[in-house]
Design a protein around this ligand. Sequence first.
Ligand code: DCP
Ligand code: MG
Length: 404
Amino acid sequence: QISEAEVALFSVSSYACQRRTTLDNHNSNLTDALSLLAENAELNNEDGRGVAFRRAAALMKALPTQVISMSQLRGLPCLGEHSLRVIKDVLENGVSSEVESTKQSKRYKALKILTGIFGVGAKTADRWIREGIYNLEQLRHSGQTLNRAQKSGLEHYDDLNEPVTKAEADAIGEIVQKAVDSVLTGSQVALTGGFRRGKLTGHDVDFLITHPEEGKEVGLMPKVVAWLESRGFLLYQKTTRNSYLESKDGPARPASNMDRFERCFSIFKLTKGKEQESTQPEEQNDLKTKDVLRPHMQVDTDQQLCELSKNYQMEAASHKIWRAVRVDLVVSPISQFAFAVLGWTGSKLFERELRRWAGHEKNMSLSSHALFDNTQNKYLRATSEEEIFAYLGLEYIPPSERNA
Ligand code: DCP
Ligand code: MG
């Protein structure tokens, strides 16, 4: 038994962007529970609850040691009544009953499966569930009309739900760099998202593309996409114009700049292993039956046949020389590059907290494009992330410590 006096107390800043959050998590039992409840809230379009649980989870992630007693949490910010109840449950019983019942619930399971399809969000999944669709099999037989993204998502479901490794991210990075070099010399590619924060896996790979000469990046995205497409690297792509002007999260900028910031949601066809070097991924992919069915094999019963067919499927899957990977490409003019890098490095909560800090504590508006000072009524230019943190009056937090 540990007495109250011996228990470590923590002092933690209330905004996640004031804290250093590495991938080292001493309280994963607690953060897993809170993150699951956050996810469940988000899947049910309860954004307020979602953020509350995310903030609580992020706070627990930032603690330097494992929490063993509720008394250690006294005075800590970001912990609401509900989160505290969940933490207490985990500390006392090893698990949270609310988390366990959520995991078991038919609705949560269905929401997870359906939103696991690229192109399907919480609203679509909810509509399908109300129509009695709980899994992929039921969806396939439902006669629902799927859009192009969803069709692609369903087709590559298993690949896209398999975490992307850093090695795969780097292999894709080389391809993107090659594409960018070929269409406009001097262009630069930066790996952003979770991999820039040092994560070893991710759900996708995020890249930011720019050119050191302002304006040269105009029209770059369609060229890069065409290069990748002509070489068979893309299973799916949709390029959207930047919606910056319409968005409420930042100051408006001149309409003439509007076409300068584009995003491409894509599904890459990544060749596995040695073949990665090849620029022609279209090559051979048929597995011959003879590779699996050897001549001495005898099939006597249905069960054996079934077994054999299962083995064949597994062999076929392991022989597949490519896999589908979600890749996001963003093009930014160099004048906005620092803001874009900061905005696309994440984590999502870290970004949200940066913007909240800027607005509530500094009377500034931060977006992935710019920082506007509402007091001075002017934009603050920056060429590095360090400068942006300085404008915001925050200590610089490197990417590896933004894992809130
Ligand atoms: N981002 C954003 N606005 C969006 C989408 C993303 O500002 N509409 C930012 C915050 C994210 C980063 O871009 O941290 C990358 O988005 P991801 O969803 O890919 O998040 P991560 O890369 O952090 O996670 P994962 O490792 O699962 O890919
Ligand atoms: Mg990512």
